[in-house]
Ligand binder design. Structure first.
Ligand code: G
Ligand code: G
Ligand code: NA
Ligand code: MN
Length: 248
């Protein structure tokens, strides 16, 4: 495959960049943190991570790429900190990266090398990744939390979480998938689901953040149901680090 070959050389040449999407308090507009998202341009055309991340996994390149993302995000977080901006930075972790034996030590080394405070780093993991092997996932999450890092469960509600296991996992944040949010103010069934998910997170003493907030009616509905943390195009798309500073 030409695309696989292009990914391999792009990883080697570090041709990727990171965009950062703000996470905000939907009541006050205050910036809570940012999520780092990979960007890649091939022959002048942006290629979506939805396309190249699975390919990079297939090509055995996602561990190396994930390491680069983590380091670049921590370096950026450190730069913000140096200019007096104490921003939480979230990084997505892929399945193969999460299971890699070198993952936890690599995170520890990256924090030490960059001087980024562990409590400002949040790792986003999907249910699907955790459910592949709950016992192992539980241990890895414990090791990460031992480093002082925060853990967010990404795309929550789209996977097959066993609720009886979920509450045993050391998590800090539940990111409610955007499918529960889109048009929620006009859809009774979606409202019931969204309420259940928010209540579930709060009953587990987790922070709850709603993804994919695009409209003001969605924002107001979330606020009425006790969910203040939000992310979505209503506030900001993923932007360059310079634009994050402008948001501040
Ligand atoms: O940025 P965009 O909405 O196009 O992202 C599409 C998908 O790619 C999302 O599921 C997102 O989590 C994933 N993604 C983006 N950046 C990264 C990354 O650095 N690592 C991993 N594992 N996934 C990423
Ligand atoms: O799976 P994950 O949550 O990491 O996906 C992040 C992706 O979601 C990013 O690529 C980003 O571009 C996209 N995204 C962020 N906010 C919105 C939004 O409000 N609406 C839609 N449709 N996509 C969004
Ligand atoms: Na994410
Ligand atoms: Mn998500």
């Amino acid at each position: 495959h030409q695309l696989l070959h292009a990914i391999r050389s792009a990883v080697a040449a570090q041709e990727f960049t990171l965009a950062y999407q703000p996470k905000v308090n939907g009541r006050t507009g205050e910036l809570i943190g940012v999520e780092a998202l990979l960007r890649w341009t091939l022959n002048g055309q942006p290629v979506s991570p939805g396309v190249f991340v699975p390919l990079a996994e297939e090509a055995g390149q996602m561990t190396a790429l994930g390491q680069w993302v983590l380091r670049a995000a921590c370096e950026q977080g450190r730069r913000w900190l140096a200019s007096g901006r104490r921003l939480r930075v979230a990084v997505n972790v892929s399945a193969s990266q999460f299971r890699d034996r070198g993952f936890v030590p690599g995170v520890q080394r990256t924090l030490a090398d960059t001087g980024f405070p562990p409590d400002l780093l949040e790792l986003e993991v999907t249910e699907a990744v955790l459910m592949q092997d709950l016992q192992q996932a539980n241990q890895i999450l414990k090791d990460l939390q031992h480093l002082g890092i925060r853990i967010a469960l990404d795309d929550f509600g789209t996977g097959y979480s066993s609720l009886s296991y979920l509450h045993q996992l050391p998590l800090n944040t539940l990111k409610v998938d955007r499918s529960f949010v889109t048009g929620v103010q006009d859809d009774g069934q979606r409202q019931a689901l969204l309420r259940s998910v928010i209540n579930l997170g709060q009953s587990m003493q987790l922070e709850v953040l709603a993804e994919g907030v695009e409209t003001d009616p969605e924002r107001l509905h979330l606020l009425r149901h006790g969910c203040e943390q939000m992310q979505g195009f209503l506030f900001s798309p993923p932007v360059s680090p310079e634009h994050v500073t402008l948001y501040l």
